[in-house]
Design a protein around this ligand. Structure first.
Ligand code: PGA
Length: 264
């Protein structure tokens, strides 16, 4: 039920913060996964004004969900097709039927394996068609002094949203994850002031697709070396609605502190 509400809540109550855990290909055992989810659940149920979504490896999803009503669940990727001969793929509808309410798409670690903006666009559309909230990941590999990274980000947004009809654009969550900041320490993350600038840029680009007021209201997350040390500053000065958290989301001491930092 809470899962059902997450998307709505994020659209209506703009100031509800959203913290999404991206476990990537971790942990190795279900026992360990259960431990992490329990710690996350405790933190999520104490945090006011925060929605927490855990994206474990899909194989753990259905079992982890049981008894975890304080949080919603998602998947880290989906196939672009509805069903059929696509070995190894999981469709948006399967994810939805296993209890996912969100789907991360276009993560840089998938793009590195060859996923193009065109494929990402199909996945965004597939997620929406299955009533999953897509989290569209964007972000440049490097920042060049000439500002070319802005056109990379712009293309990722425009091409990633290419198959979404105008009324559905506000349902897509954008996760800005500069690749140079992923998997490092808090000190390597983006500076809050630079994140603020990027958040304005993202909204401006989205305003090319939908009206400005709606574009200003789109949910934007930041990801890349979010840790307890930088969480508060990034949220308050970075002008984002929450985080997509990688390595820290596996740490049963640190992740609760990130959730706490986002609480009102
Ligand atoms: P990180 O990863 O928090 O470990 O930097 C974020 C991500 O890749 O989603």
């Amino acid at each position: 039920m809470l899962c059902e509400r997450v998307g709505e809540k994020m659209n209506r109550m703009k100031k509800t913060r959203l913290i999404v855990a991206n476990w990537k290909m971790n942990p190795v055992t279900f026992t360990e996964a259960k431990k992490i989810v329990e710690a996350t659940k405790r933190a999520a149920s104490r945090a006011r004004g925060v929605s927490v979504v855990v994206c474990p490896p899909a194989i753990y999803l259905a079992a982890l969900r049981k008894g975890s009503r304080a949080m919603a669940f998602g998947v880290q990727d989906i196939g672009a097709h509805e069903a059929g001969a696509f070995t190894g793929e999981i469709s948006a509808e399967m994810a939805r039927n296993s209890g996912a309410t969100v789907a991360i798409v276009g993560h840089s670690e998938r793009r590195r394996l060859g996923e193009s903006n065109a494929v990402v666009a199909k996945k965004v559309a597939a997620a929406l068609a299955a009533k999953l909230t897509p989290i569209l990941c964007i972000g440049e590999n490097i920042r060049d002094a000439g500002g070319d990274y802005l056109s990379v980000v712009r293309a990722q947004i425009m091409e990633g949203l290419a198959e979404v009809s105008t009324p559905l654009v506000p349902k897509v969550i954008i996760a800005y994850e500069p690749v140079w900041a992923i998997g490092k320490k808090a000190g390597d993350a983006i500076l809050p002031a630079d994140l603020h600038e990027m958040s304005i840029f993202i909204k401006k680009v989205i305003a090319e697709r939908i009206d400005r007021a709606k574009a200003l209201n789109v949910t934007i997350l930041y990801g890349g070396s979010v840790e307890p040390e930088n969480a508060h500053a990034l949220l308050t000065s970075g002008d984002v609605d929450g985080f997509l958290v990688g390595h820290t989301s596996l740490d049963t001491t640190e992740f609760p502190l990130v959730i706490k930092a986002a609480a009102s």
